[in-house]
Design a protein around this ligand. Structure first.
Ligand code: CP
Length: 316
């Protein structure tokens, strides 16, 4: 594998999930693969889980790891082409990415969307510039429209904890006070549509995701109907795709509570990619109770990253 930016870069999703579980079972089995190889993890935005889990995965594979918080520690990057750099930016992404490629065998990049210009965000221009100019394999640490390492970890978690061959998985919108990207839900939809699950998306009117991702998925505005008899409930807020980045307010009753689940989905396990705002996006009683598998899910980020990095190292 030379690029990991979406589920479309994976030749066999089932095999990748199985590999992640094999890495979990025997974390140091492939330490020889990363010997004398360097991965650079480049962050244009904050991170806890992605940074630590990918670093740990790379170390388990014997790699050297460089972490660069380029938004805070690097020169101010110019991301646009054809501009005279007489403002605040100091270094163009063309040179910066190329130089990082000189120091790295694999590069991981995190770059969030601006949520103001949909065309710009959905063209993945920043992520794609890294891919174009660094000349080494690239792994997405969350881009403007997708978070594939998160989705792979989510699928690994479902595979690991399911109690029936084809579980019902529900993606539910949740309230928030800020405009959040669509990357996590877009990606989750994309991966669930390739998995052996009965998948339903539910959100209030006005929060439809791009059809590029939801095409063919079951979607309802009735949360109660969607939640009924769910085995896994994936909770996530996102801002509107149309009008782009909008947050309409209201819909506070979309937050999951035990009262809701006791009636509709008593056996459901509750997932969230984290970070989560307690009692705004998801109730403390669920997060602190037996239904929550959010920490287990975050733990699986290591094995998801390790399975992908293993494939990348094998292709070097
Ligand atoms: N879920 C996730 O990607 O977490 P971080 O933003 O902390 O990396």
């Amino acid at each position: 594998m030379k690029l990991f930016s979406s589920v479309n870069d994976v030749t066999d999703v089932k095999a990748l999930v199985a590999q992640a579980l094999a890495e979990k079972n025997d974390p140091f089995a492939h330490q020889h693969l990363g010997k004398n190889k360097t991965i650079s993890l480049v962050f244009l935005n904050p991170s806890l889980r992605t940074r630590m889990s990918t670093q740990k995965a790379a170390m388990n594979l014997g790699m050297n790891v460089i972490v660069l918080n380029i938004d805070k520690e690097g020169w101010a990057l110019e991301l646009r082409d054809n501009v005279i750099m007489n403002g605040t930016t100091v270094e163009h992404i063309r040179e910066a990415a190329a130089v990082m490629g000189e120091y790295s065998d694999i590069i991981g990049v995190r770059s969030f969307p601006g949520l103001t210009d949909r065309e710009e965000d959905y063209s993945e221009s920043i992520f794609n510039k890294f891919v174009e100019f660094c000349k080494v394999p690239v792994i997405s640490l969350e881009s403007a429209t997708r978070h594939p390492l998160q989705s792979l970890a989510d699928l690994v978690t479902i595979e690991e904890l399911k109690t029936k061959a084809r579980p019902k998985v529900v993606l539910t919108w949740a309230p928030h006070i800020k405009a959040l990207p669509q990357a996590v839900p877009n990606s989750f939809v994309e991966w669930m549509c390739q998995a052996d699950v009965d998948f339903v998306i539910t959100h209030p009117e006005g929060y439809a995701l791009s059809e590029q991702f939801t095409n063919g998925a079951t979607i309802t505005h009735n949360q109660d109907e969607a939640l009924k008899d769910a085995d896994f409930i994936y909770v996530k807020n996102w801002s509107a795709y149309e009008p782009y980045g909008a947050v309409t307010g209201g819909n506070e009753d979309w937050m999951l509570t035990n009262t809701k689940l006791d009636v509709l989905a008593p056996e459901a396990k509750v997932m969230h990619c984290l970070p989560v705002r307690r009692d705004l996006e998801l109730s403390s009683e669920i997060l602190d109770g037996p239904r929550s598998i959010v920490v287990h899910e975050a733990g699986n980020r290591v094995w998801a990253a390790q399975a992908v990095l293993k494939q990348m190292l094998e292709a070097l």
